[in-house]
Write a protein of this length. Structure first.
Ligand SMILES: Nc1ncnc2c1ncn2[C@@H]1O[C@H](COP(=O)(O)OP(=O)(O)OP(=O)(O)O)[C@@H](O)[C@H]1O
Ligand SMILES: Nc1ncnc2c1ncn2[C@@H]1O[C@H](COP(=O)(O)OP(=O)(O)OP(=O)(O)O)[C@@H](O)[C@H]1O
Ligand SMILES: [Mg+2]
Ligand SMILES: [Mg+2]
Lengths: 261, 246, 352, 261, 352
């Protein structure tokens, strides 16, 4: 393996991994392991996994069609649309939370209507957590899936059309199965980003144990009073997500067979 | 607290002589942004050779940075807990002094649409209410207040800092939040404040300290003096803080 | 006549303008070099590409259905089509049976029924027992048969085949070509087959249309096209030397200079076609009956089974097939000068 | 275009765009435009663009080789490596900042050495901003580029080898030019994430105007006293990044010609 | 002998075990069906795939260089190779000139000098003036020529060609095949050519190795292989019917039953090969000289130029070429019973 690649690769891995190792070493495990057994931690972890998974599901339902429009349609202004979809990445998450209030809050454009007509309020509920995480994480999914769609061989879609499949059937029965690995990769990015989401969630959904307090919120609060507990909580979050990613890869990505792995 | 221990400087903090030079680095809680920026400008006006830079962030982040060897001269915390982190690490030069106090106040959106009148309304489950989380100082204060008032609070969210609670009031998304009087003052025109007597049971102190590794100890002392001077206290009062009661 | 198509479409620098008619049960081959626009025409017929002009219509009992004209563009999934693509394009994520059943499922047939019908078609194309495989587990020939079954299972009115044999190895191609011929003979609708291989066109088609640079340059039965090519491209494909000239009774004055004696009198602009095996080579000017004797130069030589194909330059450019023995005896190397002779009766002549 | 795709796509775009529109509408432009002319804003914006660009450059130098190792090498444990590289996405950024202290702070594993030997301190400098942003944003680049490498035709690399090119030359002269569009897409994601970075930066680099105060930090400070100014600042950040993305796309991505666009 | 290779390598279910030797200046063709392992062998020779066993060595003045054995594996970029890949694989991001110059640049030649040499090679392969184009702007034939120039520019000792002509249309293939022949004749090193097209092998190679299922099944000059095929695959490729049997003097008892009279006496296990054009068909049992007369059934028929190729089933399975007229007069349809006859002197017989 060429050194000019191996050396920066090793440096890069060290750069990403050393801080995690630092955390692992620094964490006062013996003191803190009992704390992990506290019901609040389990609750926050469950809520995190649940809401990140729901946010990923919503992102798939809304984001894959956006990616399809970006990759396959001939609408004008697609490059502007693509840039606009990328831009929420840049928005500081707290401002993202404020922006969500402006639309879905009690006084928001849509939220006011929901509140007055159906007595529905979205902020401060688990729904709000899912919405905040979706807002922040969906762009990652869209951009990954668009790439996968562009790379996929569109001639299979032609073949499906000549076999009587309209565009929707073609999408469902041909395109989607073909780009499944790309969609999976995008979903992983999206899920990871949602799992780590903090700013938009605390702003839009607030922080209430059991309904809106996800792990990153718990970590942040712990940082205020007990920084070492915060580190242990983060490591728990990391461990769970690492385990999930490895499990998924074997179970799900493995099947479609990446070319080299 | 209230006065500097080693009374080395003249009163009124005008740092006579204007001979300070170099850079003064102040780590200060984000809630002090406007007041301290103003005081820094004054110090620079009096000492043309001096540059004052601020690092405004959450007190806990600042405490972490100081313990990690940040090149700071002064640390002003929004609570004693984070100052203790610094003093326990032996990084403060002398004892910290309390330069301001803050008491809780109820913030309601303009026009007070839910007709909140006092602390008792925080026991109303039908209202949408924001309170700080117990892990942060304003949350600890809120718990004391509720206990004193005999209220079982029914909050919808336990905010991780006061500012987040205040933002929700400003946007009209909660009916009331328990925040600091200084926050109500800073958001004047966008929120209304309601004072309540039980607030006196949980007064929050703002301590300030010069750091032992301060690169510019003279300027640090001058800044501490300015904060403690009448002019400094007036600026703090204008911003909704109280002078230390003792 | 059942399919009537006038296809006008621009592709980059190429303007395609082609007229086709195909009767029910007829197989039309579109023959042409790479980039001639063959696949483009096929894509328009399939509805995958909207033409820039022209008209595509299918006769049906009691009238016609317009697929493309200035106002109408019927999308591909609403055309009763079957298409076999060059790279077969079997869906890699479906089993062979599900690939074949796909067209039935999209048309509303229930899963079990569709799979049964698909199984019957797999039997017909000789893939019985392979239905559970993935396309990647099939050989090239098997994949092509599966693609044919997939195209035919929906009982299309129009069958389109784009280079159906070109991805196969020489041996498999022989087998699959013979099978394809059988299936096309049984197929009741119109068939359009695109190829650059004259053997495919000759073996499979009832009629051939030769397309070059987007326009039709020749049309006729495979035998006509093979016997009387009208362009150099077709002539080389079928292994003839084509010489344009002016008929003057039983001689033709070639446009490139040179005179050819021909068996049948001809007047005006004509083509002269010479078969390589009728050309004899001599080290010195031969005496005897052949009226056509020309000095030529050997340009190149390629062994071809037991004969050697010689490319000859000179006033009358020709190709000659001589036996390897004769070639060796003549001691020919590129650049050698020899004499070429052809009997006038062996030279074909037909109007341009 | 099929409704089952178009409807969710429209919903999704609305979901991503409406909050931005809400911000645009809500921002008190007339009052606040003059504020934008303040030198601090320009300073923060310049610093943001500079540090995000540098972080992207560092990510390219370190991350592309990691992606290459993940996609092309036959090292065992690559799937674990890939999961580990993904995991920093999940780490709450503030904890990421703490972790960086543990490695590069004055008492950190590496930082102590740098300080004692070379009198170098990294935290609280512009370098620290770049490092914090790189730590948070590099995983996005790695995952995108790995996808592009897997999708690229490795036979061109075989061809280069038979022409006497060793693996490094092959990488430089063949692989990299071939996957340039994928690298560009990854760099865009990485740049956008770096531009929006807040938590790790304020923790590890502090919030010093001119040296470490990037736009998201300025937005955070503005939120303390003047939320509407904060919104305007965010919108400025959005506008600049949108403009940059569109410009880049035309100039740079456009050349390599995406299949449909 | 210059290249000596014994390649043992497992690919999925296939175990490849092939022995090859190629002399300097010699062109060896490796012929075989899809999936036989041809490309695998080529990849091992190129160093792109490390073999599981065997040995690859190149003779050089004063000894030999081992490229692969149990201890050694020389990576591809250290072998003096040129490879032409099936899909040409010209680098899409470089101009044609830069593609050709690539191999010189990697070997340290300066940019200007490399481009000059590349330009000279482009002239040689007839691409003068196209050097500034991108590969996508070349036709298939031009791309293949550029790929050849790229492979030859570094003056390799070993030239490897994988299906160099299979991506070309029939017409272009004729031209490029002739050119390739010329270039290979000029090339001083060893050449290994992989193909599934017998015409390529016959036209380009000095010697042919037939590989099936990973093993060599026949070896010889193109003429030998064409005349005396040893497997059904080769026989069908060269258009012969191959019948294994036991020689008993001038008759051969076929393994599948049936007896064939042959011209030359043979004993023991032999192959009998029958050329389709020597088979005559009759509606009724013919009287006359041919000693071989068998009842057969028509299985399939494919027109082929002016003749029709008939696949015949029965005790003695055969292929017959009859003229279209004769075919029509016999009124043959699949399933018809006819009599086939061949003169004993036309039947080739050779030991198994
Ligand atoms: N999507 C496209 N956009 C623009 N031009 C195209 C497109 N597809 C093909 N072309 C061009 O149109 C011309 C005709 O292409 P077409 O595929 O129809 O040729 P063909 O006769 O099928 O050739 P082949 O034998 O190589 O398949 C070619 O010059 C080709 O480069
Ligand atoms: N990377 C691989 N891993 C495992 N098996 C492979 C791989 N590549 C090819 N094979 C298998 O090895 C066998 C030989 O393949 P190879 O490509 O050498 O055949 P070939 O003779 O060149 O065929 P073709 O004429 O189709 O090019 C095939 O069965 C193929 O499926
Ligand atoms: Mg085509
Ligand atoms: Mg091969």
């Amino acid at each position: 393996m060429p050194a000019p690649l191996l050396v920066p690769a090793l440096l890069g891995v060290a750069f990403l991994v050393l801080p995690l190792v630092g955390l692992l070493v620094r964490a006062p495990w013996s003191d803190l392991l009992p704390q992990l057994a506290e019901p609040q931690v389990g609750q926050a972890l469950r809520l995190s996994l649940l809401s990140a998974t729901l946010a990923t599901a919503v992102s798939l339902v809304l984001g894959v069609p956006i990616a399809w429009v970006l990759a396959r349609s001939t609408l004008p202004g697609r490059s502007v649309l693509r840039a606009i979809v990328t831009v929420p990445l840049v928005l500081p998450p707290v401002v993202g939370g404020v922006a969500l209030f402006l639309v879905l809050g009690r006084q928001g454009i849509v939220g006011r209507f929901l509140y007055e007509q159906f007595d529905l309020t979205i902020p401060f509920t688990t729904t709000a957590v899912v919405i905040a995480e979706t807002f922040v994480a969906m762009p990652f999914l869209v951009i990954s899936v668009e790439g996968a769609l562009r790379a996929a061989d569109a001639r299979f879609e032609d073949a499906a059309a000549t076999l009587g499949a309209d565009r929707w059937t073609t999408f469902r029965r041909v395109t989607l199965p073909l780009v499944a690995p790309g969609v999976a990769a995008g979903a992983v990015l999206c899920w990871a980003r949602a799992l780590g989401e903090f700013g938009a969630t605390i702003t839009f959904a607030g922080n209430f144990p059991g309904t809106t307090q996800t792990m990153p919120l718990a970590v942040y609060l712990a940082l205020q009073s007990n920084p070492e507990a915060a580190i242990v909580l983060s490591l728990v979050l990391l461990g769970v997500s690492l385990a999930t990613l490895l499990l998924l890869r074997d179970r799900w990505l493995g099947r479609s067979g990446s070319p080299v792995a | 607290g209230g006065s500097t221990t080693d009374a080395a400087s003249p009163a009124d903090g005008t740092a006579a002589g204007g001979g300070l030079t170099g850079t003064l680095t102040v780590f200060a809680a984000a809630s002090l942004t406007d007041v301290f920026t103003d005081l820094g400008d004054r110090l620079m006006a009096d000492n043309p050779g001096l540059t004052v830079t601020f690092n405004f962030a959450g007190s806990s982040a600042l405490a972490t940075q100081v313990t990690q060897g940040a090149p700071a001269d002064v640390f002003a915390s929004a609570n004693q807990t984070q100052m203790t982190v610094v003093t326990d690490a032996g990084l403060a030069d002398g004892d910290p002094t309390v330069f301001a106090e803050n008491v809780l106040a109820i913030a309601v959106p303009e026009g007070n649409p839910a007709d909140v009148t006092g602390i008792a309304d925080f026991g109303d489950a039908d209202l949408t209410l924001a309170v700080c989380a117990p892990d942060v100082p304003c949350g600890a204060a809120a718990e004391q207040v509720f206990e004193a008032a005999g209220v079982t609070a029914q909050p919808d969210t336990l905010e991780e800092d006061v500012r987040a609670a205040l933002t929700k009031v400003e946007l009209g998304e909660v009916d009331a939040a328990l925040v600091y009087a200084s926050d109500v003052q800073s958001a004047a025109g966008r929120v209304e404040g309601i004072a309540f007597p039980e607030a006196e049971d949980a007064v929050n102190d703002y301590p300030i300290a010069q750091l032992s590794d301060a690169p510019n100890p003279e300027a640090a002392r001058a800044f501490l003096d300015l904060v403690g001077s009448d002019a400094g206290q007036q600026a703090l009062t204008d911003a909704g803080f109280r002078s230390p009661s003792n | 006549m059942s399919l009537r198509a006038h296809v006008v479409v621009r592709r980059g620098a190429l303007l395609v303008d082609v007229d086709l008619t195909v009767a029910d049960g007829e197989v039309l081959a579109v023959l042409g070099p790479n980039g001639a626009g063959k696949s483009t025409v096929l894509r328009v017929l399939a509805g995958l590409l909207a033409p820039d002009g022209g008209r595509v219509a299918l006769d049906v009992p009691g009238g016609e259905v317009v697929w493309d004209d200035d106002e109408v563009h019927v999308p591909p999934h609403q055309r009763p089509l079957g298409v076999v693509f060059q790279d077969h394009l079997l869906f890699p994520h479906l089993s062979v049976t599900d690939n074949v059943a796909f067209g039935l499922r999209t048309r509303g047939v229930r899963r079990a029924a569709a799979r049964t019908t698909a199984g019957a078609w797999l039997d017909r194309v000789g893939l019985a027992g392979l239905g559970d495989r993935r396309p990647t587990q099939l050989s090239g020939g098997q994949a092509q048969r599966a693609a044919l079954a997939r195209a035919l299972v929906g009982e299309p009115r129009l069958l389109l085949l784009d280079e159906p044999l070109s991805a196969l190895d020489a041996r498999t191609r022989l087998t699959v070509r013979a099978e394809l011929r059988r299936h096309l003979a049984e197929f009741a609708g119109c068939t359009v087959l695109v190829s650059h291989d004259p053997v495919d066109a000759m073996a499979l088609a009832d009629r051939v249309v030769v397309v070059e640079d987007g326009v039709v340059v020749q049309e006729g039965t495979p035998a006509e096209v093979a016997r009387m090519p009208r362009t150099d491209y077709v002539a080389r494909l079928v292994g003839l030397s084509l010489l344009p000239g002016q008929g003057r009774g039983t001689t033709v004055v070639l446009d490139g200079g040179g005179v050819v004696a021909v068996g049948e009198p001809a007047e005006g602009p004509v083509f002269v076609a010479v078969r390589p095996e009728t050309v004899a080579l001599y080290p010195a000017r031969p005496e005897g009956s052949p009226r056509n004797v020309w000095p030529v130069r050997l340009v190149g030589a390629t062994p071809h089974g037991s004969t050697v194909r010689c490319d000859l330059g000179g006033e009358v450019p020709l190709t000659a097939d001589v036996t390897a023995t004769a070639f060796a005896e003549l001691g020919l190397v590129p650049g050698s000068s020899v004499w070429a002779s052809v009997k006038a009766s062996e030279v074909a002549v037909y109007p341009r």
